[in-house]
Ligand binder design. Sequence first.
Ligand code: PLP
Length: 333
Amino acid sequence: MSRKSAVAQPLIAQQELVAARARIAPLIRTTPLLYAEALSGRVGAEVYLKLETLQATGSFKVRGAANKLLSLAAEARARGVVAVSTGNHGRAVAYVAKRLGVRATVCLSREVPRNKVAAIEALGARLVIRGDSQDEAEAAARELVEQGGLTLVHPFDDAQVIAGQASLGLELLEQVPGLDAVLVPLSGGGLLAGVALALEAAKPQLRVVGVSQEASPVMIESLSAGRPLELPERATLADSLRGGIGLENRYTFALVRELADETLRVPEAAIAEAMRFLLETEGLLVEGAAAVGVAALLERRLELSEKVAVILSGRNLGLDQLAALLRPEEGAG
Ligand SMILES: *Cc1c(COP(=O)(O)O)cnc(C)c1O
């Protein structure tokens, strides 16, 4: 493979991003961007928060899921879809499937928090709970694809899913001109790849920064190794960032390598602190995965830019997780 733009960029053309945004518009919300007064003062920059916490299903995942399902041929739609998920993707697929009248099956590991499992069930999807890791749940989904003819809706490594997530970047471009940096939570890399593709026009002034949890930053380790790696999964407050990138990764590894200007990792304590900070200063409830960008700012893990947008990627936090967060001395946080 030759390097850089010659490889990754033609994988998903700009027109496809624009088409995806129009396609999914009836199913998703354009989310607000909020100027964060207290945070800006604290870090000495102009900080804006992109509130995917207000997105349908409580996370950005519905953007990619909607584009994927709407792009399927009628025949594939009739057979149904299957998703593997740490929770939010499954909920997004179940939501879109319900709206479109498509049958959905969602494969989860036993580690997925209860509130997320309940939300998926409430949307009428069939649940398959298997194993203690994302990889085991994924094996269950592969079986359903091979035996049942279902179409797999991958949570990140899919051109249509990435094009759907890009709609968030297109919104950002319109909402705040002249951005210097965007902080994006980074796990499988679908969100970062999509947003960075959408923001291409604003580069090189604009830096795209991926932020992972220190517990198992699979994409970051893979980038250092120069190839997709598998790491053991560890418990984290950022449960939506769990899971690998796939040893056979097709899109996101190349796109993130190409398009992320910087990546960094934040420890668990900083994620908890960022969640409390957002609740206290902005009245915003975010889940752990969504707090990593603010954690990076509060910890001063990156060189400051003047105008920064932080993607608050989701809000699906269980009440038990919230209780633990607010009483850190009693553990679990
Ligand atoms: C899935 C998810 C992420 C990470 O997205 P990737 O495309 O896997 O990098 C971040 N935050 C939330 C809330 C998510 O659900």
